[in-house]
Design a protein. Structure first.
Lengths: 254, 286
């Protein structure tokens, strides 16, 4: 049963992996460009010195950039490819007409986003580990778990956005109104605790805040306690987005 | 002969607009069934409901004994669908599209390779296999789409306006393909607004208008029901048509017409049936 399910996930993801292979260098450059720019602009250009938790700002900001890379890469690669397949190529219909379980379609279609997110996060994080300005960063299984979870959550959000989008324009609107504000506000470049409680309450309703906190705490274990609650909330967001994707596919109100 | 597709009391609305209105239809196993109708009559919506692409409001659809709502996986295994717009992934090659389709139907590597080789040879697609989708002309893309839909040996193949937008040569090539699939025993459900296509290919034809079936029979019998002989004549600056059971009756009527203008007596065709029943030309205008 599980083997059969995993086989279906692989079969759904296979075409997207071929797409990734055809465009690998292009995707690699695109994945690493924006986190690199954020690192240069915010990590080196804007601020230096020590943060309130006692680590250099570069060490503080790299987990935040990894979190936002998981958002931007995972979300955009899943949503863009699905949007094109659904609205323009109509090849997504072919998959719907085949005898595949809807859960396998959700996981399979999210795989490209997860892989691209991992490439982007992995590159920026490995770069951070090599920087002399960020000696406090550690590489641990918990960092990997948090990054993978974050990529899965945002890839599933990307799928929901693509299933709801009626046109390419509506995807762009979703990006501008939801994704871009999250990128800058959700504890990626500063600590959410620096803001007043009203802003904090709003930002803690968004998944990227929890992803940032989890990745940062896992990356700086000697300076921050791991926020188990944020991990649970992030998992809850993942489950909610999965159920939303499943429901959208099942009801075909898309 | 048993029925492979049974559609009962199917209703599908989009807001206030009823696209399919209590439609009942049965398609026999092994037949080449034509589904004709003007633009917006509900042909594509019906096919999308059967293909599980669109949820319907009420009714039941049974494909080869499986209710598509209760047993969607089993029903989908028995169907192949070629949509009006070629729905191949343009970021992949033709071969990759075929492999993807075979994988969606859980075909193992050996099985899918054998089937792809067999069908690409049959459709003459070998030299295009490793080319990107967009390097092929419309007719070849349709052929590739048909191969994708046929890989899992479906019992019923839905072709939604398969020749739409193709030139006459590509259209005739596709007709040959459809005939050969039918001759192998596959049930073919063909929606079209090309009357000559339905006439040339179909064993039976259903005509749909405003979401309802208004006629269903063999093309020849549909023509007989309207009148086997047509008189086409000019009156008041427009072409008029009258239909008669026999040539003698038609000639008798023609002799009463004013002599100016052209008068043609010919056999009734499906287009006459279509216009007579729907009050529209094929393009949908009155």
């Amino acid at each position: 049963m599980i083997v059969d399910f995993l086989k279906q996930v692989y079969y759904v993801a296979w075409g997207d992996m071929r797409f990734l292979r055809h465009n690998f260098w292009n995707i690699l450059v695109m994945s690493v460009m924006s986190p690199l720019l954020y690192l240069i602009a915010f990590g080196f250009g804007l601020r230096t010195g020590e943060t309130s938790i006692g680590v250099s700002y570069v060490a503080f900001v790299i987990p935040g950039i990894a979190a936002l890379s998981s958002l931007s890469s995972s979300f955009s690669s899943t949503s863009t490819r699905m949007n094109v397949q659904r609205l323009y190529y109509k090849s997504f219909d072919e998959m719907i007409m085949c005898p595949l379980s809807l859960s396998a379609i959700v996981f399979g279609k999210c795989t490209l986003g997860v892989v691209r997110g991992l490439i982007a996060c992995g590159l920026i994080y490995v770069l951070g580990l090599c920087l002399p300005q960020a000696p406090e960063l550690v590489a641990s299984p918990l960092v990997i778990v948090c990054i993978v979870l974050s990529c899965v959550v945002f890839s599933m959000l990307g799928m929901a956005a693509a299933l709801l989008a009626k046109s390419h324009q509506s995807m762009a609107t979703f990006n501008s109104l939801i994704i871009l504000p999250m990128t800058f506000l959700c504890g990626t470049f500063f600590s959410v605790s620096d803001l007043n409680v009203v802003f904090q309450a709003i930002l803690y309703c968004l998944p990227l805040t929890h992803a940032s906190e989890c990745i940062r705490a896992a990356a700086l274990p000697d300076y921050l306690d791991f926020p188990v609650v944020s991990l649970v909330v992030l998992i809850a967001f993942g489950v909610a987005f999965f159920l939303l994707d499943h429901w959208l596919l099942k009801t075909r109100k898309v | 002969m048993d029925d492979i597709i049974i559609i009962t009391d199917l209703v599908k609305s989009f807001g206030d607009k009823v696209a399919v209105d209590h439609l009942d239809l049965r398609v026999r196993r092994g037949e080449l069934f034509g589904f004709l109708g003007p633009n917006g009559a509900g042909k594509t919506t019906t096919v999308r409901c059967v293909a599980t692409l669109t949820n319907f409001d009420s009714g039941t659809i049974i494909v080869d004994g499986y209710d598509i709502r209760r047993s969607p996986i089993e029903a989908k295994n028995r169907m192949g669908v070629i949509q009006q717009q070629v729905s191949l992934d343009k970021d992949l090659t033709i071969r990759e599209n075929m492999i993807s389709h075979a994988m969606y139907h859980m075909m193992g590597k050996r099985e899918r390779e054998a089937k792809i080789a067999e069908l690409t040879e049959f459709f003459g697609l070998e030299e295009y296999l490793d080319k990107p989708v967009d390097s092929l002309s419309g007719g070849w893309k349709k052929r590739a789409a048909i191969v994708c839909a046929m890989l899992h040996d479906p019992k019923v193949l839905f072709l939604d306006e398969p020749t739409s937008g193709l030139d006459i040569n590509a259209r005739r090539l596709l007709w040959d393909v459809v005939r050969s699939l039918h001759s192998k025993g596959t049930t073919v459900f063909l929606t079209t607004h090309y009357i000559e296509e339905a006439e040339a290919l179909c064993d039976r034809v259903g005509i749909i208008d405003r979401g309802r079936i208004i006629a269903l029979d063999e093309p020849k019998r549909l023509c007989e029901n309207v009148g086997s002989v047509a008189v086409e004549y000019m009156e008041g600056g427009r072409t008029n048509y009258r239909y008669f059971g026999t040539r003698d009756d038609a000639q008798a009527f023609a002799s009463t017409l004013p002599t100016e203008g052209e008068i043609r007596i010919r056999r009734t065709n499906l287009e006459d049936v279509f216009v007579e029943l729907t009050g529209k030309t094929v393009g949908g205008q009155k």
